[in-house]
Design a binder for this molecule. Structure first.
Ligand code: SF4
Length: 326
């Protein structure tokens, strides 16, 4: 499980701190595909990096922490921000954005696999024995072991992405973080990658966290999702519920703007733009674009809380409704 415990991060710049993530407080469970959605610049990638413990200056954790805990091979484990990197590959792995460029184009894939498997995990195996294990794993993922003899530049973008996912999951991590795993791929290849991620999650029964700006990706594969806006999670719940019955005004506008099969009505985007993270408005950051905004919204930051069982949101109107209904 990943517990995000009142987490706030900022970038330190000579012009002052830019608060990228503001007091996030939620949990990502075992055995689920969890989506993180939002417009570009809302803090999705920074959150993912913080979950993976790649927090390097000028990025700084101002408050809170991430706790990665669970059980692997019957052994319980628990790591906090600052220690999570000790368990990279074993219990948590990361498929970065533009992952295809992570592979060295002029080094054969078999060498890149061997280099990425920690020595202690190869025990007394010879290189051939380790490569046999890799080949078997690739076959399980419907990839030909012959690709191990290839150089990355010989493979298509989609195949390179599959290889990166195979590398990231070879050690059976309990959590896999993937940043925009289908960006820059055509629709058919995208579908293949999403199917591969779903199949892997079922096989490993682990947690996958998928960051994507594409709501279609979340609709297709995630079980629960969080919607981010300007550094905060403004709605969180089961994906199906969020698409069928969004409760936060921003999510409602986002979902209403999505094209649907058979719906010929004109779609309107959300007017205006998200605020600059360096100079956000006071109160609710969505207020300048929200048709329901009140004076209170422009002054007070809304609390992120459970509105209905399993449904969380940060909105004064929803909070007031909950208070009214006791
Ligand atoms: Fe709109 Fe106010 Fe809710 Fe923000 S708090 S989303 S401005 S109604």
């Amino acid at each position: 499980m990943l517990k995000i415990d009142h987490l706030s991060t900022s970038y330190k710049t000579i012009d002052g701190d830019i608060h990228v993530i503001n007091d996030l407080n939620f949990e990502i469970y075992d055995n689920e595909i969890f989506g993180i959605a939002g417009e570009s610049g809302c803090g999705k990638t920074t959150l993912l990096k913080t979950l993976y413990d790649i927090v390097e200056f000028p990025l700084v954790i101002d408050q809170g922490k991430v706790i990665l805990s669970g059980e692997k091979n019957g052994q319980p484990f628990s790591f906090e921000s600052g220690e999570i990197r000790k368990t990279w590959w074993h219990n948590i792995s990361y498929v970065p954005q533009a992952a295809q460029s992570v592979l060295n184009p002029i080094v054969r894939l078999k060498k890149q696999f061997l280099d990425s498997i920690p020595k202690e995990d190869r025990k007394n195996e010879t290189e051939k024995q380790t490569l046999d294990r890799v080949s078997k794993y690739l076959e399980e993922l419907s990839l030909s072991p012959d690709i191990l003899e290839s150089f990355p530049f010989q493979l298509s973008g989609g195949m390179r992405q599959r290889v990166i996912i195979a590398l990231a999951t070879f050690m059976g991590p309990r959590v896999v973080l993937a940043d925009e795993p289908t960006t820059a791929l055509d629709v058919v290849v995208q579908r293949g990658i999403l199917m591969m991620l779903m199949r892997l999650q079922k096989q490993l029964k682990n947690t996958m966290v998928i960051v994507s700006h594409d709501m279609g990706v979340h609709y297709q594969i995630t079980n629960r999702m969080a919607i981010m806006y300007s550094g905060s999670v403004i709605e969180l719940g089961p994906t199906e519920d969020i698409f069928n019955d969004p409760i936060h005004p921003y999510t409602q506008m986002l979902v209403n703007a999505l094209p649907r099969v058979g719906d010929k009505s004109a779609k309107v985007g959300i007017p205006g733009r998200p605020p600059a993270l360096a100079s956000p408005p006071p109160g609710c950051r969505f207020a300048p674009r929200c048709p329901k905004a009140t004076d209170r919204c422009r002054k007070e930051v809304p609390e992120f809380r459970e509105i209905r069982p399993g449904r969380f949101a940060a909105c004064h109107l929803l909070n007031e409704e909950v208070q009214k209904n006791g």
